[in-house]
Write a protein that binds this ligand. Structure first.
Ligand code: BES
Ligand code: ZN
Ligand code: ZN
Length: 520
């Protein structure tokens, strides 16, 4: 998709399809919707008037109405062949993320009709629509729109031989010229949005790969190729290095597979250099390319989904791609621990005791709780590489999915400052994360009779917290944020704005969190 930002009036813009946003002004329950077009163009409003008649269009999020323009409309000045009205939902619920989804809806509506060229009009807000919309900056508006559009373009049909080419060739984002400052802001947001969406789409493409294609070695190769292209340092190690570093927890998982593990280290060093005591951020990802559960084998129903158990790793690799291009003034080191969790003659067994790189001894009670084992060594290793602040992402627990469903991922932290920065990042990323506790009174949940800790909680209750408590042990005193993305990494349902399949969750928030530490 060739995406452009164009400063022009929407009326005169020639395009097969012009998308314009609408919100619902109605407040209160059981009231008729009151759709309002977010445009100052009289020609667009005139053309849309009939389609917006009572009861026909509610302006609900993801709802669309298509109008083929007539000769009359065109002679009145509107040059688009079609007008697509895209609902953004109630005015009071309006947010940047609704706009992101709205732009995505426009792109997917065009794709569904095999329309290859479209334009999306920036929302224009009148006094009627209230303050919440007026506060949006041109920068964040442009960014959210381009992100939504780029994410919407992709469908995960790579492996289908009968797939239909429904790619969009050209997308124009149309903004009326206001002043030079707004123009600049829109351009900055647009450029950032393209970088972030490309990174998130890269993450999604990795998560989509099946386990037989994307082995730990292949994940390492793809990370390395990305780093070479983006100018990042990257080392990919395997079994020997993992054993040499005494990462027994990581190795316990890795040794049960024919596929060698990969320990991937990617480093971003800001060009200008930073102060000696400046923070160094450590991004640690769970990269289980397939999770059978190991000897504590999973039920076969739905097991095919466990190819996405490397979504945390993919999020970190994608985030590094964006970081390399956005160039924040802060050093970032990403550590990805990738392995396949398999049952085998050499696999770890329930009851085994291993000593993690940190020296902590772990009783392995359930071999299906493998993510925390690889992350234990990943977190500790990141600290030995000089990281002063840690963030990890992992499809860690089914319990987190039970607790939060698919709308919010789990957020845990041992440090209020780092956590506050992450929560601020969410306002820009639009992603849903809900904080759960990991206070010290939960520590007894993972105390083992046999070793220092065990890799499950005493029972099933609060399973996402037990997993977080396990990781917290390895973060130690280092400020740390933990993201349990098990419920959000895979879209079970397609939406008007995004396809079924890998979501790329956490990339946008992690990138924004990293930028909040930039020295500039
Ligand atoms: N990869 C799974 C968690 C998961 C579940 C991811 C559902 C995505 C969707 C993880 O390795 C796992 O199996 N965790 C166990 C832990 C338990 C044995 C303590 C779980 O959640 O059941
Ligand atoms: Zn597991
Ligand atoms: Zn797993």
């Amino acid at each position: 998709m060739n995406t452009k930002l164009i400063f022009a009036d929407v009326d005169g813009f020639q395009t097969p399809m012009l998308a314009v946003f609408a919100v619902d002004l109605a407040t209160g329950k059981n009231v008729e919707p009151r759709p309002l077009l977010l445009t100052s163009s009289i020609d667009v409003a005139d053309a849309a008037a009939r389609a917006l008649g009572p009861g026909e269009f509610k302006a609900a999020l993801g709802e669309t109405a298509l109008i083929h323009t007539t000769e009359d409309m065109r002679s009145a000045g509107l040059q688009a062949e079609r007008l697509l009205i895209v609902g953004l939902g109630k005015t009071k619920d309006f947010s940047l993320d609704k706009l992101r989804k709205g732009a995505g809806t426009a792109v997917r509506a065009a794709k569904a009709r095999s329309i290859r060229e479209l334009a999306i009009a920036f929302p224009e807000v009148s006094a009627q629509t209230g303050e919440s919309i007026e506060q949006l900056s041109a920068k964040l508006t442009a960014r959210a729109m381009v992100e939504g559009a780029e994410l919407a373009e992709l469908d995960w049909d790579t492996y289908r031989s009968n797939r239909k080419d429904s790619n969009i060739n050209d997308l124009s984002m149309i903004i009326a010229v206001k002043d030079e400052a707004t123009e600049k802001e829109a351009q900055t947001g647009f450029a950032e949005g393209l970088i972030i969406a490309a990174a998130q789409n890269f993450t999604r493409s990795l998560v989509n790969e099946p386990g037989n294609v994307l082995t730990p070695t292949e994940l390492g190769a793809r990370a390395k190729a990305m780093c070479d292209e983006a100018g990042l340092a990257c080392q990919v190690y395997s079994s020997e290095k993992i054993q040499e570093l005494k990462m027994e927890a990581f190795w316990a998982v890795a040794k049960g597979s024919e596929q060698p593990p990969a320990l991937i280290v990617m480093t971003y060093q800001p060009a200008k250099g930073v102060a000696k005591d400046a923070p160094v951020l450590g991004l640690v990802g769970k990269g289980i390319t397939f999770d059978t559960g190991g000897i504590s084998i999973k039920p076969s129903d739905g097991m095919e989904k466990m190819k996405y158990d490397m979504a945390g790793a993919a999020a970190m690799i994608g985030a590094m791609h964006a970081i390399a291009r956005l160039k924040p003034a802060v050093k970032v080191v990403a550590v990805v621990c990738s392995a396949e969790n398999m049952p085998d003659g050499r696999a770890m067994k329930p009851g085994d005791v291993v000593t993690a790189m940190s020296g902590t001894t772990i009783e392995i009670v359930n071999t299906d709780a493998e993510g925390r084992l690889v992350l234990a060594d990943g977190l500790h290793y990141a600290k030995t590489l000089g990281c002063t602040h840690l963030i990890d992402a992992a499809t860690l627990t089914g319990a987190c999915v039970v607790a939060l469903g698919a709308l919010n991922a789990g957020l845990f932290s041992n440090d209020e400052k780092s956590c506050a920065k992450f929560e601020q990042a969410l306002a820009v990323s639009g992603e849903g994360f809900w904080r759960l506790p990991c206070t010290d009174d939960y520590r007894e949940r993972i105390t083992s009779e046999i070793a220092d800790i065990m890799n499950t909680g005493k029972n099933r209750w609060g399973g996402a917290i037990s997993a977080a408590m396990f990781l917290k042990e390895f973060a130690g005193d280092t400020p740390w944020v933990h993201l349990d993305i098990a419920g959000c990494a895979w879209n079970e349902e397609k939406k008007p704005w995004i396809a079924y399949g890998p979501s790329g969750i956490a990339v946008r928030s992690i990138v924004e969190w990293v930028r909040s530490y930039s020295a500039q």
